[in-house]
Design a protein. Structure first.
Length: 176
């Protein structure tokens, strides 16, 4: 039996909270992409839902590799461990199905929020596996935001306007 004498093989309390928070947020995003794709049939929504699902599986695999239980085991699309997320999801689906533009703006806001949330988590972990996965998830949110912004520009003829991040941050992500 190999004994690990170092805490480098354990997640800190802050890292556990961060991973659980991110599992909830990735599930929330994935579920919204799924519901909006069911309503609008926009191909970018289906692709983004698949990417969010893969990110979610990777987060769960990482979390369980440290000996923790899957925090969303048994939950179906639209069900969450938090009543606040249940309520937010229901409201998001209503807003997102009013018009394609409103749905895309909602997704843009959620991706910006995800990017904003991930950055300090990435900066505050010393676990290479955690840092690598969170960086990948943030990169996926960059791509999702780029796709949403491009679709909004097609619909409106106007450039995407930042909602959570600064316009300069969004412009950098969009390559402007």
């Amino acid at each position: 039996m190999i004994r690990r004498s170092s805490d480098k093989y354990k997640l800190t309390t802050a890292e556990v909270s961060a991973v659980v928070d991110l599992v909830d947020k990735e599930k929330y995003l994935r579920d919204i992409y799924i519901k909006l794709f069911e309503y609008w049939s926009e191909p970018i929504l289906e692709k983004s839902a698949a990417i969010k699902h893969e990110n979610l599986l990777q987060l769960i695999n990482l979390f369980t590799s440290y000996g923790y239980l899957d925090p969303i085991q048994g939950l179906i699309v639209g069900d969450f461990n938090s009543g606040a997320l249940d309520t937010a999801f229901a409201a998001a689906v209503v807003t997102g199905t009013e018009t394609a533009y409103k749905g895309l703006r909602l997704l843009g806001k959620l991706e910006e929020t995800n990017i904003q949330t991930l950055t300090p988590y990435i900066n505050n972990t010393d676990k290479p596996k955690v840092k690598t996965l969170l960086t990948q998830i943030r990169e996926d949110s960059f791509v999702a935001l780029q796709k949403v912004a491009a679709r909004i520009t097609v619909i409106t003829g106007s450039p995407y306007v930042a909602q959570v991040l600064t316009q300069a941050q969004v412009d950098k992500i969009l390559g402007l």
